[in-house]
Ligand binder design. Structure first.
Ligand SMILES: Cc1cc2nc3c(=O)[nH]c(=O)nc-3n(C[C@H](O)[C@H](O)[C@H](O)COP(=O)(O)OP(=O)(O)OC[C@H]3O[C@@H](n4cnc5c(N)ncnc54)[C@H](O)[C@@H]3O)c2cc1C
Length: 467
C-alpha cells in the first residue's frame, strides 16, 4: 500500500481544496509545502495581502468618504508603510491559523518542504534542513502555482524596482511610481498608490486596459484614476529601467523618460514547475512553466492532476479552489459537474469592478440582440447614504426570452453585488424576477430592481412600436 491515497504539491487555494475534498471522501491525504508558505501565493503575496492592503488604504485615506466630507478628508495625514502592513500581517497570521486548523481537523497531513518527482507515484520531500524523504501516493495533484515573471533586461533590486511580491515589502510609500502592465494586478496596485497620493504612471503596450471588461466601466475607471493624477501611457513599451541614487528613470521605446521613486512590474507570471523534475513522472511544462490538463484536470499521466495557476487561465484563487475540489472528486470517482461556464470576475481597483456573462461588445460582435438597463448609485438612497455618487449597475437582457446575458457593476460592493445577477443567470431566471422581487431598502442590491425596470420599460416601448 502506498503512503497516501492522494499527495498534493502546493498548499494554495487549489491544493488545499483538493486535499480537503479527498479527506472528506474518507481518503488519506497529504499536502507538501514549505512551512512558511502554507496558504500559497494567495495568502502570502497575492489575493489576501493585496486585498487587505486595499482595505487599509480605503480606511486610512478616507477616499470613499470624500464626496461626503470634502476632498481634503483623510483619517490619517501621514500614512506609513507600517500603518498599511500591520493590517496585512494580522490578517495573514489569522488566515494561516485557519488553514492549519482546517487541514488538521480534516486529518490532512502537512509535509513541510518542497516536493519533486522521483517517479510517477513517488515524490521526494526536502525539508528545511535539506533532508529528503520519499513519499508515495496513488494520486498526485500538482498545485505549485506561479511566480511573477521578470523580464531579463530589467534589474530588480526589490527596493525601487519591484514586482508584485516585493511591492509588499516596500520601505516607504513612494511619492511617485511607474506601473508597467495595466492588467488586473497592475491596475489594482495603481489604484492603491494613487489613493495614497503617489503620482502614478501606468505604461502598457496594448492600446487600452482590461479589454475583457465592459467598455463603459473601464472608461469610468480611467476617469476616476485620472482624477487621482494617474497618467496612462498606452501603446508604449519600456526600453530600459535605470536605477539612480535619487530614484528610477523609466525610458520608453518612444523616447519618453519617466522619473519616479519606484517602478513596479506586473508583466505576467511564470508557472512554478522547474524544480519538480516533471520528466521523472513522464510530464513536461510549456515555455511559461504551465502544465496541460484535460477537462477533468488530469495531466498526460492519468493519476497525476494539475490545478490552479500552474495550468494557466483564468489563474484566480476563486477558480483554483473549484479546480482542486473537482480534481479530487474525479480521482475518487465522486460525481462532479465540472466548472460552470458562468464565471464571475472581480477586480479590486478603486472603485471596484465586477461582472458576469458577456459584454456589450461581445454580444454585438456575435450579432446577439440585447437591451440595456442601468441603475446609478446616486439615484439610490443607499448610494446617497454611503456617499458613492459614481457607482453603477448595468444589466444586458435578451429582448426575446428576457434572460440576463450579462451583469456589469462598478463601485462600492461590486464584487459582492454581482452574485445576485450571477445566481439569477445560473438558475436561468429572467429579468422579470428582478422586477417583481422586493429588495431590502435602502440597499445597493436595489440597483438590480432599478436596472431591471429600466430595461423592461425599454423593451416594452420597442414592443409597443412594433405592434
Ligand atoms: C497580487 C495578486 C492579487 C491577486 N488577487 C486575486 C483576487 O483578488 N482574487 C482571486 O481570485 N485571485 C487573485 N489572485 C490570484 C490568486 O492568488 C491565484 O490564482 C491563486 O493563488 C492560485 O492558487 P494555486 O492553488 O495555484 O496556488 P498558489 O496560491 O499559487 O500557491 C502555490 C503554492 O505551491 C508551493 N510550491 C511551489 N512549488 C512547490 C514544490 N516544488 N513543493 C511544494 N510546494 C511548492 C508554493 O510555495 C505555494 O505555496 C491574485 C494574485 C496576485 C499575485
Amino acid at each position: 500500500m502506498r503512503d497516501y491515497d492522494i499527495l498534493v504539491i502546493g498548499s494554495g487555494p487549489g491544493g488545499q481544496k483538493a486535499a480537503i475534498a479527498a479527506a472528506k471522501l474518507g481518503r488519506r491525504a497529504a499536502v507538501v509545502d514549505r512551512a512558511d508558505s502554507l496558504g500559497g501565493v494567495s495568502l502570502h503575496t497575492g489575493t489576501i495581502p493585496s486585498k487587505t492592503l486595499r482595505e487599509a488604504v480605503l480606511y486610512l485615506t478616507g477616499i470613499n468618504q470624500r464626496d461626503m466630507y470634502g476632498q481634503s478628508y483623510r483619517l490619517k495625514d501621514d500614512i506609513t508603510i507600517g500603518d498599511l502592513t500591520s493590517r496585512t500581517e494580522h490578517v495573514v497570521g489569522r488566515e494561516v491559523d485557519v488553514i492549519r486548523s482546517q487541514l488538521s481537523r480534516n486529518r490532512v497531513a502537512h509535509l513541510p518542504g518542497t516536493g519533486r518527482f522521483l517517479d510517477e507515484h513517488t515524490v521526494a520531500v526536502r525539508d528545511a534542513s535539506g533532508q529528503d524523504r520519499a513519499v508515495t501516493a496513488d494520486f498526485v495533484v500538482i498545485a505549485t502555482g506561479t511566480r511573477p515573471a521578470r523580464p531579463a533586461s530589467v534589474e530588480f533590486d526589490d527596493r525601487t524596482v519591484l514586482d508584485s511580491d516585493s511591492v509588499l515589502r516596500m520601505e516607504r510609500v513612494p511619492r511617485s511610481m511607474v506601473i508597467v502592465g495595466a492588467g488586473v494586478i497592475g491596475m489594482e496596485y495603481a489604484s492603491m498608490f494613487a489613493a495614497l497620493g503617489s503620482k502614478v504612471t501606468v505604461v502598457e503596450q496594448r492600446e487600452g486596459m482590461l479589454g475583457f471588461c465592459d467598455a463603459e466601466v473601464v472608461e469610468a475607471l480611467r476617469y476616476h484614476l485620472r482624477d487621482l493624477a494617474v497618467t496612462f501611457r498606452f501603446g508604449e513599451t519600456v526600453a530600459a529601467v535605470e536605477r539612480h541614487e535619487r530614484g528610477t528613470l523609466t525610458v520608453l521605446a518612444s523616447g519618453k523618460k519617466i522619473a519616479a521613486d519606484a517602478v513596479m512590474y506586473s508583466a505576467g507570471r511564470q508557472g512554478l514547475t522547474e524544480g519538480l523534475d516533471l520528466e521523472k513522472a513522464g510530464l513536461s511544462a510549456d515555455g511559461r512553466g504551465r502544465i496541460a490538463v484535460d477537462a477533468d484536470y488530469r495531466t498526460a499521466v492519468p493519476h497525476i492532476y494539475a490545478v490552479g495557476d500552474v495550468i494557466g487561465f483564468p489563474a484566480l484563487a476563486a477558480t483554483s479552489m473549484e479546480q482542486g475540489r473537482t480534481a479530487a472528486y474525479h480521482a475518487f470517482g465522486e460525481p462532479v459537474h465540472g466548472l460552470q461556464d458562468l464565471q464571475p470576475i472581480g477586480i479590486y481597483t478603486i472603485p471596484e469592478i465586477s461582472f458576469v456573462g458577456r459584454t456589450e461588445d461581445e454580444l454585438t460582435d456575435a450579432l446577439v440582440p440585447f437591451e440595456v438597463g442601468v441603475s446609478r448609485y446616486r439615484e439610490l438612497a443607499r448610494g446617497q447614504i454611503i456617499g458613492d455618487a459614481h457607482g453603477m449597475l448595468k444589466l444586458l437582457v435578451s429582448p426575446g426570452d428576457r434572460k440576463l446575458l450579462g451583469v456589469h457593476c462598478f463601485g462600492t460592493g461590486a464584487t459582492e453585488l454581482i452574485h445576485i445577477g450571477h445566481a439569477v443567470m445560473g438558475c436561468g431566471g429572467t429579468v422579470d424576477y428582478l422586477v417583481d422581487a422586493v429588495f431590502n431598502y435602502p440597499t445597493l442590491a436595489e440597483s438590480y430592481k432599478v436596472a431591471a425596470l429600466d430595461v423592461t420599460n425599454k423593451i416594452r416601448q420597442i414592443d409597443r412600436l412594433g405592434d
